[in-house]
Design a protein around this ligand. Structure first.
Ligand SMILES: [Zn+2]
Length: 381
């Protein structure tokens, strides 16, 4: 068992674009509830966070953008507000979004602070809003809490890895640290050719002094547990060996699950969990956040399993009948993997092998790969 804190984002239910928006706050509250029912979380693990100071957020986002978010949040008219990402149906402005967003960032900052104070693992499931750009809301994300957490961690650490296992490319964090040699961003996601935000290609490797410190594993659609884990293993361990990080920020988007309505990757709960387990095995301090995940029965189980793995405690597979989603799911682990036509899996395998091979080529001049990385591999090899 590790020293572990679970950060509660006060008023998490206020981060809600509308009753019909897929980013439902119940994703977080029900995960916490299930983890408590199963004895993974206890009162003594739980810490209440305070909202982040706007001045801190304005060190990652532009001060102008922070002001725009505040004004829209108060219902004021902001000329040209559509240039800041709020005209899209993904991110409609809502009353109180400034305070709700500061609360999410505050919880990730509290997680970063806890780790800097010596806690081994700190988690904010309300966080992981990885698409927000310096001056633009995107993909349900207003303020980029992982990026602010990294900014705080830089006070203590010189080599920080941001690892993003959400099914969407972790673009906002990548672009904010694209030129920073102290922050290695790694994202494993469904290729931008098929999915929002359309980026995360193998040739995005960082720029300037940060060239070589951005890595993108772009998966084919319908990648299953085997393909996903193969690609992860091909890239992530070698990058950790090379970069020697002192701390990990882990974005745990649960939308690679095969039942997720917004994407096409086909993982099981236990297939996805392997990445969390691997990160834990590295023995580094971890700031973990939530992220995407739009099937409530999937995301609540995956985050409960992740909390147990991060904390290093066993968890029973059986879900108690009093859990709100019991009618839909009775076990944490998926008992039957998704049935995918072999031709779809084969196409995905070929696409993924090609993308991993390209990633290796692009990063070869910058990254010292071990022998395992010297030649291109195939899934299953
Ligand atoms: Zn996502």
């Amino acid at each position: 068992m590790r020293t572990f804190v679970y950060i509660v984002c006060p008023g998490v239910e206020r981060y809600s674009f509308s009753a019909y928006h897929p980013l439902r706050p119940e994703r977080v509250t029900l995960s916490q509830e299930l983890a408590q029912m199963l004895g993974v979380l206890h009162e003594e693990d739980i810490v209440q966070a305070s909202p982040a100071a706007p001045e801190l957020v304005a060190q990652v986002h532009s001060p102008r953008y922070v002001q725009v978010v505040q004004a829209l949040s108060e219902g004021k008219h902001v000329p040209g507000y559509h240039e800041f990402g709020f005209a899209s149906g993904d991110n409609p402005p809502f009353r109180g979004m400034f305070e709700a967003s500061l609360a999410v960032v505050g919880a990730s900052v509290a997680a970063a602070q806890a780790v800097m104070d010596g806690v081994e693992v700190a988690v904010n499931l309300a966080g992981g809003l990885h698409h927000a750009r310096r001056e633009e809301a995107a993909g349900f994300c207003i303020f980029n809490d992982p990026a602010v957490a990294i900014h705080v961690l830089k006070q203590k650490y010189r080599r920080i890895v941001y690892l993003d296992i959400d099914v969407h490319h972790g673009d906002g964090v990548q672009w904010l640290y694209y030129r920073d040699p102290q922050v290695l961003t790694i994202s494993i996601h469904e290729s931008g050719r098929f999915l929002f935000p359309g980026t995360g290609h193998p040739d995005e490797i960082g720029a300037g002094e940060g060239r070589g410190t951005s890595a993108n594993i772009a998966l084919g659609r319908y990648a299953d547990d085997e393909i996903w884990w193969w690609a992860f293993q091909q890239v992530v361990p070698a990058l950790f060996r090379w970069f020697q990080p002192e701390v990990v920020v882990l974005q745990m988007g649960a939308d690679p699950h095969y039942t997720d309505p917004l994407a096409h990757v086909s993982l099981t709960t236990q297939g996805w969990l392997r990445a969390v387990q691997w990160v834990v095995e590295q023995g580094l301090p971890i700031v973990a956040t939530g992220g995407g995940g739009y099937s409530l029965p999937a995301v609540t189980r995956m985050w409960t399993m992740a909390l147990a793995t991060l904390k290093g405690v066993p968890v029973p597979n059986q879900i108690p009948p009093q859990f709100a989603l019991y009618d839909e799911v009775q076990t944490l682990r998926d008992s039957t993997p998704p049935a995918l036509p072999e031709r779809m899996v084969e196409t995905s395998r070929q696409f993924t092998e090609q993308a991993v091979s390209e990633l290796k080529q692009y990063l070869r001049p910058y990254v010292e790969w071990g022998d395992t990385f010297a030649k291109d591999g195939q899934v299953g090899s």
